[in-house]
Design a protein around this ligand. Structure first.
Ligand code: HEM
Length: 151
C-alpha cells in the first residue's frame, strides 16, 4: 500500500483502533506489537506515523531529526540506520511505502538531494538503486527525469 506522509500520520497511535506505523527509508512497518515503544506514553512515540530514518541513523529523538532525509549523514550513521532496518525487518511486517515528496535518491548507501528541492522537503521518495544505479556523486542523475520514470 502507498502512503503519503500525511496519510502515514494517521497511524501515529493516537487512535487506538488503528495500527501504528513507522517508516524507514520509505518502507512502512506495522509496529503495533511495539505499542509500548511507539504508542501513547512510549519512549519512541515521536517516531509513530513518521518516516524516522534520520532520527534512527543519528540515534536522536529531536524533532528536527524526525525526517526521511538522509542528506549529509555519515557512512557510520547510514550503517546505524541499516542496522535498525534489519532489526525492524526481523520484528515487524512491511505494509507499504511512503510515496509523497520527491527529495532523495539513495544508492548503495550514498544519498543525494537536490539543493533546490531541499527547502520543499516534506516526505522522501527513495528511488530504488535498481532503477537508478548511481555509483557516486559525480553521476548524480537529473531528479525530475528520474522521477518521471517512476510513474
Ligand atoms: C539512554 C538512552 C537509551 C536507552 C537506555 C535505551 C534503551 C532501550 C531499550 C532497553 C530498548 C528495548 C530493547 C528491546 O526490548 O528490544 C530500546 C528500544 C529502542 N530504542 Fe532505545 N534507548 C536509549 C536511547 C534511544 C535513542 C536516543 C533512540 C533514538 C533513535 C532510541 C531508539 C530506540 C528504538 C527505536 C527502540 C525500539 C525498537 C523496537 O521497535 O523494537 N533509543 N531502547
Amino acid at each position: 500500500m502507498d502512503f503519503t506522509a500525511d496519510q502515514l500520520l494517521q497511524y501515529n497511535g493516537a487512535d487506538p483502533s488503528k495500527p501504528i506505523y513507522v517508516a524507514i527509508k520509505g518502507r512502512v512497518f506495522d509496529v503495533t506489537t511495539g505499542k509500548s515503544f511507539y504508542g501513547p506514553g512510549g519512549s519512541y512515540v515521536m517516531f509513530a506515523g513518521k518516516d524516522a530514518s534520520r532520527a534512527l541513523a543519528k540515534m536522536s529523538k529531536n524533532d528536527e531529526d524526525i525526517s526521511c532525509s538522509l542528506h549529509g549523514l555519515t557512512e557510520k550513521e547510514i550503517g546505524v540506520l541499516d542496522d535498525w532496518e534489519k532489526k525492524f525487518e526481523a520484528k515487524y511486517p512491511v505494509v507499504g511505502r511512503v510515496v509523497s515528496g520527491v527529495v532523495l535518491l539513495s544508492s548503495n548507501g550514498k544519498n543525494f538531494m537536490h539543493d533546490d528541492l531541499e527547502s520543499d522537503l516534506r516526505g522522501c521518495l527513495i528511488i530504488d538503486k535498481d532503477i537508478v544505479n548511481v555509483k557516486d556523486e559525480e553521476d548524480e542523475p537529473n531528479l525530475l527525469q528520474q522521477d518521471s520514470e517512476l510513474s
